[in-house]
Every structure is written in C-alpha cells, then in structure tokens.
Ligand binder design. Sequence first.
Ligand code: NAD
Length: 281
Amino acid sequence: MGEEIKTVGIVGAGFTGKQIAAQTALNNFIVKVYDIDTKILEDAKKYITGVLKRKKQLEAIQNVSYYSELDKSLEDVELVIEAVPENLELKRKVFSQIDSLAPSKTIIATNSSSYPVSRIESAVKRRDKVLNMHFYPPIPTRPMADIMRGTETSDEIFEIGKNWIINIGCEPLIVKKECFGFVFNRIWHAVKKECIKMWAGGYADIEVIDTAWKIFTKMKLGPFTMMDGIGLDVAYAVEMSYYEESGDPKDKPPQAFREMVERGDLGLKTGKGFYTWKKKK
Ligand code: NAD
C-alpha cells in the first residue's frame, strides 16, 4: 500500500499550504496548488521553487502547477489538503466545493489546527474519505503530522493517508479516537498552560522557565519566547479554545494573560509581550 496517491491538490497556499506543497513535491509527487489570491499563489511558487532548487530537485519543479481556478486544480488528484484560514464555516464551504469538483475517489483532508473533521464532514457526500492531517510548520525541521478520522472514515482511507504522510518523509502521529488538539498540540498546550500559570501566579520568572525548558529539552527557544514569536493574540485564542472545549475552570487562561492581549502587548510583532523586543536595524 502507498501507491494509491500520485497527485496531490493543495487548497490554500499560505504559510502552511505552501510548505505542505513543497514537502510533497520534494518527495516526487505531482502537486497542484490553488489559492483565491493570485499574489499568494506567486509567493507560493517562489517559495516552492526555492526549496526545490536548494535541495537540488530541479526535475520536481515541473511537477508543481499553480491554479486560480479550483476545478482545474482538482483534476486527477487522489488527495486534497485544505489549508484555508481557521474558520469552521469557510472550511465547510471549501470542503463542499472540493466534494462537488474532485473525482469521487479523492480523499479530502483538513490541515485545521483545531477543528476535528467530524465538524466538517456533513458538508460532503464522501464521508468515508475525509481526514484530519495536521502539520507542524516549519515542516523541514518538524517532519510530523497528526492523522485523525471523521465519524465515517474507512480504515482503508486512514491507511492510505498514513502511508502518504510516511511517503513525504513525515512521521504520522496516529490519533486513535477523536481528541481536541490531536497528539502533540494537546501536549504542547499542557506545557504552555502550566508555564503561563507559573508566571501569572508569581511562582517563577519567564526567563527561569524558558532556561529550564531549553536545558531540559535542548531546544533553542523556551515556551514564552515561542509564544511571543507566534503572537499573544493567537496564543491566547488557542488557550481559550481549549477552555471552551473542556469547560474546566482550570483551563481558563489567567486574567493577567488576557490583560496583556487587551493592552496590545502581542509579542514580537508589537515589540512587547512576555519579553521586550528591539526592532532589527
Ligand atoms: P494563511 O492565512 O497563511 O493561509 C491561508 C490561505 O488560504 C491564504 O493564502 C488565503 O488566500 C487562502 N484562502 C482563503 N480562502 C480561500 C478559499 N476559499 N479557497 C482557497 N484558498 C483560500 O494561514 P495558515 O497559517 O497557512 O493556516 C491555514 C490552516 O492551517 C489553518 O486551518 C490553520 O489552523 C492551519 N495550521 C496553521 C499552522 C501555522 O503555524 N500557521 C500550523 C498548523 C496548521
């Protein structure tokens, strides 16, 4: 098994979509990239071509094509990865469009960071052929993807999806039953939650926590530095989504974190977050 997929469609060629496309092309698949925004499509082409050139995979460049029309981008694809913005209604709409245009055998996967595909599947007829496939950019340094079923996904489709993740050089993180946060996002959430509580409760300084994390894990950045990099508005929204999902008061982000976001201290992008950042000259 593993030969079923030869051509992959990427719907949404932004930050994550273009990385999935490049990783797929690097591993000798045909890739069809679609975005509603032609400027994004041009940026994606530059990025993907650059990756393939750097890796000296020049022949793979011709295996990647770019489309502003969804129907053309879905011809002959066996798998489509949806990577449009994190909005449930938009994802349902896009799934429904793909369902009506792609060949009936095609698998449709969402790269959503939070929505289980079970909340999207009712938008399509092929409910046995939908998956969550969640990547962890930057993909070259974090080659792994969660894979999770919908309520009607067949074992065969799950197996094909898992093998495709392996065939593009990534580790499939198998989610055995529906789980908010999949495999690693959920673990990472637990780390961030405790770090924020330690800071808000005055138990330890952010520098101490980041230093401990770096020594223990050998990673270059600690959790507070990473959250500042991602943006505290995004980090706060993620914490809130876990709280809304569980309803457990222990999951509620501390007031001090909320106030930071309300003040506009959003991390690297505003110059101040947990840390103060100087602009590069
Ligand atoms: P992004 O904004 O960089 O890219 C989204 C792209 O979708 C844009 O280029 C936009 O033009 C395009 N788009 C919007 N509507 C569309 C439509 N109807 N059809 C086709 N394209 C459309 O966003 P992103 O950060 O790449 O996130 C995309 C998805 O990946 C989200 O679900 C997000 O949760 C998930 N994700 C993001 C990360 C991350 O680190 N950013 C990590 C894992 C998963």
